[in-house]
Design a protein around this ligand. Structure first.
Ligand SMILES: O=C(O)c1cccc(C(=O)CC[C@H]2O[C@@H](n3cnc4c(=O)[nH]cnc43)[C@H](O)[C@@H]2O)c1
Length: 225
C-alpha cells in the first residue's frame, strides 16, 4: 500500500524522518519503502489553502491507499494534557462565513453551503474510515485561518461546534479525502491550550516528541505484506 504522510511543517515530523532514514529504504527524496509498503512524505505548508492544493495535486497523479496528517494543535480543554496525541475524527470550518454586525454566521447559516451535502455530515466533515486506532482518544476538531486568541472567538467556537482541538489544516484533509474516498487519519499532538495568546505556555517540543513517538510506533507495527 502507498501511505502518504503529510504535515504542515517539516519540523513537526523531523524526528520521524530521521527514524525513517535509518530503518527504511530510501527510493527518492520523499519516498521510502518499508515492510513492503511505500511511504511518501509531503510537507503541505500551513493552512487549509495550501493543504488542499498539495493534496489535490498529489491525488491527481496517484491516489494513496491511506493518508496520515500529523501535526500539533491547540486544545479547548485544560483537563487534556499538553503533549497528548489524539485522533481528530470530526472537523468543522471555524471561520468561513459572514459577519452580521456582532454575530458571525457560518456558510450553512447563510445558505451558501448545504448541510449533509458531500463531504459534510450535517455541518461537519466526519472521518468514517478510522476506527483502527483505539490507542488514541477521538477528538472533534475545528479548523481556522486565524488562530483563536480572544474570549469572544473561543466562546463562539465552543458554543457552535463544541470542539476539542483547533488546527489550521485538519478540515482540508477531511474535505479532500472524503470527496476522493481515500481513508485517512488526522493525528494531532496538543502543543497549547486555545486561550488568549501566551506563547510562553506552549509545549511545542513535547508535542512534537510525542507525535513522532506515535508515528514511529505506527511504522514499526506496520504488518508485513
Ligand atoms: O505565534 C503564534 O501566535 C502562533 C499561533 C498559532 C500557531 C503557531 C505556530 O507556529 C504553529 C502553527 C501550526 O500549528 C498548529 N496549531 C498549533 N496550535 C494551534 C492552535 O491553537 N490553533 C490553531 N492551530 C494550531 C496549526 O495547525 C499550524 O499548522 C504560532
Amino acid at each position: 500500500m502507498k501511505i502518504l504522510l503529510t504535515a504542515a511543517t517539516i519540523l513537526e515530523i523531523q524526528p520521524f524522518l530521521l527514524h525513517l532514514e535509518e530503518v527504511a529504504q530510501k527510493l527518492d527524496n520523499k519516498l521510502f519503502s518499508y515492510k513492503g509498503h511505500q511511504l511518501e512524505v509531503q510537507v503541505t505548508g500551513i493552512g487549509m489553502m495550501s493543504t488542499a492544493y498539495q493534496l489535490g495535486k498529489k491525488f491527481a497523479v496517484e491516489k494513496p491507499g491511506f493518508v496520515i496528517q500529523a501535526g500539533i494543535a491547540g486544545c479547548f480543554h485544560k483537563s487534556w494534557e499538553l503533549g497528548e496525541v489524539v485522533q481528530v475524527t470530526v472537523e468543522h470550518l471555524g471561520d468561513l462565513g459572514a459577519e452580521d454586525n456582532d454575530v458571525i454566521r457560518d456558510m450553512f447559516d447563510i445558505g451558501l453551503m448545504k448541510e449533509n451535502e458531500a463531504p459534510f455530515t450535517g455541518n461537519a466533515i466526519v472521518n468514517t474510515s478510522n476506527n483502527f486506532f483505539p490507542q488514541f482518544r477521538q477528538a472533534k476538531g475545528v479548523t481556522v485561518n486565524l488562530v483563536s486568541g480572544s474570549k469572544s472567538t473561543i466562546e463562539r467556537l465552543t458554543n457552535v461546534y463544541a470542539p476539542d482541538i483547533e488546527s489550521m489544516e485538519g478540515a482540508a484533509l477531511h474535505y479532500v479525502c472524503n470527496l476522493e474516498n481515500v481513508p485517512y487519519l488526522q493525528l494531532r499532538s496538543i502543543s497549547n491550550y486555545v486561550e488568549v495568546r501566551d506563547k510562553s505556555k506552549w509545549k511545542i517540543a513535547l508535542a512534537i516528541k510525542n507525535l513522532n513517538h506515535e508515528l514511529v510506533n505506527m511504522l514499526d507495527n506496520l504488518r508485513l505484506s
